[in-house]
Every structure is written in structure tokens, then in C-alpha cells.
Design a protein around this ligand. Structure first.
Ligand code: IPM
Ligand code: MG
Length: 344
């Protein structure tokens, strides 16, 4: 088998953690003929081509089995000028271009890291939740306007968009889905609630469904994280809640994600950003990247055994005391990678 994977290291620490993922892929599948092709993306692509995602790169992604992405952005490209290209546009164009409407962000604090979280151990123990975030609709992609004195972003959702993401969430749940919205204020949220209720009633009546307002959900996520199993939510709420949930694991440097379309190739990337403050220092935690590679093995390449092997190698390395600076230790990116490879 020769899996074709496009590597998009991107910016900041992205190019430092992608090689860690490549090393791990080669270690779990030494018999495979990995076809790895690297492309510029985000700020790096803006510098070279004037745009964060070129047509050529998008085409290459479409033709691949899966895409492994580092991170994009950095102060170098920060601008409020709507006419200037921004690295994040590449990410959004990639999600839209590949139809990646379903974003899965599992949050499971590892027991070795219970004490790395700013929250009390008793609170986070046995938390195991999945954020299912709608990724190609809502305020991220609605019409935008801008004049000198006013600006607007439109939040639009269709019934079909809500139905398909609701199915992903119910399909992933064993017993409970918590749908998060702002139905006391937003019309899109009232449609969201109605459609989620319909999908639940007609296709998944055996799963418990509850609705929470997003402000309340943000509070409950910290007060009682164990309550949650699958959180189903729209694009922007999912963005915010998944960063919040990341702190349950002690560091955002631990959280992987998968963005799926249901048909074509998926994109697998850490939830954290490009961390420009530590880029170039060799201190980046590669574990979210490695866990994203595991999600790629599982969801993108149907290699469940290899995915589980990577996850268990990360667990074991942490249990043996591996700690990068974000987790209060001093292990470098290279040392962390070696520690995980040692368990494969
Ligand atoms: C994420 C990121 C992106 C998002 C940014 C970089 C555009 O925060 O993947 O969570 O908001 O979706
Ligand atoms: Mg985010």
C-alpha cells in the first residue's frame, strides 16, 4: 500500500512538528510506501506566491488520501487591512475547498497529566469528550461587509448543513449528545435546535439529547467536564469551546483534530496555533501533532491498529515523565519525538 499524504507544515512551529509526525508514520508503517509531498501553506505561501493557498496546492490535496497540517499564522502577516492576504484564509479556503464540514476534537486528559491542568484533578479525572464542530458554515463563511465606519459578518445556516453535522455527532455518541447554541438570541440557533431535534427523533431516539446555551455550556465545561460526552455545535462556538476544553488536558499542545467531508480526503491538524513566540527554539510540544497523525491513520487511512499504537506510545512516554515546557518540563521537540518513537 502506498498512502499519498500531503504535508502542509505552514508557519511558526508547524515546520518543527511536521517532521515528528513523519518520523512516527514511518515507524508505524515501515512496510508502507509513504508518498509524502510537501507544499507551502499559510504565511509561507503568501511570501512565495502572494496567496495562502494556491490552486496547485488545493488540487494536490484533492488528489491525496489525507492531508497533515501543522499550523498557520504569525505576527509577520497580521493585518486589519481587508485587501491584504492573511494566512488563516488558506485554512478556511482549504476547509471549504475540500468540503470539510465535520471537525472532530477529542478531549481526554491523560492520567499522567492530571496534575498539569490548572483545574483540580478530582474535576477532570475520567473526562472523555468529543467536540463535533460544524466547520464550513456560519459566521465564518457568511457574507462580510466593510466600510470605513461599519462592518458586518453574516451568520447563515441551512437545514441541510445542520442535518449532516448532527448525524456525525449522534453517530459518534454512545449515550448522550449536548447540542450547544444561543437559541435565546439567534435565529440560526433556533433553526439549529429545531433541526437537531428532528434528526434525533427520527434517526437516533436511543441517544439522549440535551440543549445548552453556549454561555452556560462554557461554564459547565469547567465546572463539570465529565458530564459531557459529545458536544455538537456550530462553527464559532466550537472554535471557542474547543480551546476552553483544551485546558482540561493541561495544555493546548495536547489536542488533535480531524476535519472530514464524508467522501474526499480529510485534514488532520493540532488544535493549537503556530506559537510564533516559541518558533525556532525547538521547544514546541509535538504531541498534538502526533495525535493528529494518529487520527489520520484512523479516520483517513483506515489503519486503526497503527492509530492505537501511536496513541499508546504517547501515553507511555508521558507516563514515563516526558514533559515539554508547556507541561512544566524541559523536553525539546526532538526529545519528545524520540520518547514516543521509543515506544513504537
Ligand atoms: C481553529 C483556528 C482557526 C479557526 C483559525 C486559525 C482560523 O482557531 O482551527 O480552531 O478559527 O477555525
Ligand atoms: Mg480555534
Amino acid at each position: 500500500m502506498s498512502p499519498r499524504v500531503i504535508l502542509l507544515p505552514g508557519d511558526g512551529i508547524g515546520p518543527e512538528i511536521i517532521p515528528a509526525a513523519v518520523a512516527v508514520l514511518k515507524a508505524v508503517g515501515p512496510e508502507l510506501q509513504w508518498e509524502l509531498e510537501e507544499h507551502l501553506f499559510g504565511g509561507a505561501s503568501i511570501d512565495a506566491h502572494g496567496t495562502a493557498l494556491t490552486d496547485e496546492t488545493l488540487q494536490a490535496c484533492r488528489a491525496a488520501d489525507a492531508i497533515l497540517l501543522g499550523a498557520v499564522g504569525g505576527p509577520r502577516w497580521d493585518t486589519t487591512d481587508p485587501a491584504k492576504p492573511r494566512p488563516e484564509q488558506g485554512l478556511l479556503a482549504l476547509r471549504k475547498g475540500l468540503g470539510l464540514f465535520a471537525n472532530l476534537r477529542p478531549v481526554k486528559p491523560l492520567s499522567a497529566l492530571y496534575d498539569a491542568s490548572p483545574l483540580k484533578r478530582e474535576l477532570i479525572e475520567r473526562t472523555d469528550l468529543l467536540v463535533v464542530r460544524e466547520l464550513t458554515g456560519g459566521i465564518y463563511f457568511g457574507e462580510k461587509t466593510r466600510t470605513r465606519d461599519s462592518a458586518s459578518d453574516t451568520c447563515l445556516y441551512t437545514r441541510a448543513e445542520i442535518e449532516r453535522i448532527a448525524r456525525v455527532a449522534f453517530g459518534a455518541a454512545r449515550s448522550r449528545v449536548t447540542s450547544v447554541d444561543k437559541a435565546n438570541v439567534l435565529e440560526t440557533s433556533r433553526l439549529w435546535r429545531e433541526v437537531v431535534r428532528e434528526v434525533h427523533g427520527s434517526e437516533f431516539p436511543h441517544i439522549e439529547l440535551e440543549h445548552l446555551l453556549v454561555d452556560n455550556a462554557a461554564m459547565r465545561l469547567i465546572a463539570a467536564p465529565r458530564h459531557f460526552e459529545v458536544i455538537l455545535t456550530e462553527n464559532m462556538f466550537g472554535d471557542i469551546l474547543s480551546d476552553e476544553a483544551a485546558m482540561l488536558t493541561g495544555s493546548i499542545g495536547m489536542l488533535p483534530s480531524a476535519s472530514l467531508s464524508g467522501e474526499g480526503p480529510g485534514v488532520f491538524e493540532p488544535v493549537h496555533g503556530s506559537a510564533p513566540d516559541i518558533a525556532g527554539t525547538g521547544a514546541a510540544n509535538p504531541l498534538a501533532m502526533l495525535l493528529s497523525a494518529a487520527m489520520m491513520l484512523r479516520h483517513g487511512l483506515a489503519m486503526e491498529a497503527q492509530a492505537a499504537a501511536v496513541e499508546s506510545a504517547v501515553d507511555q512516554a508521558l507516563a514515563e515523565g516526558l514533559r515539554t515546557p508547556d507541561l512544566g518540563g524541559s523536553a525539546s521537540t526532538a526529545e519528545a519525538t524520540q520518547a514516543v518513537l521509543g515506544h513504537l
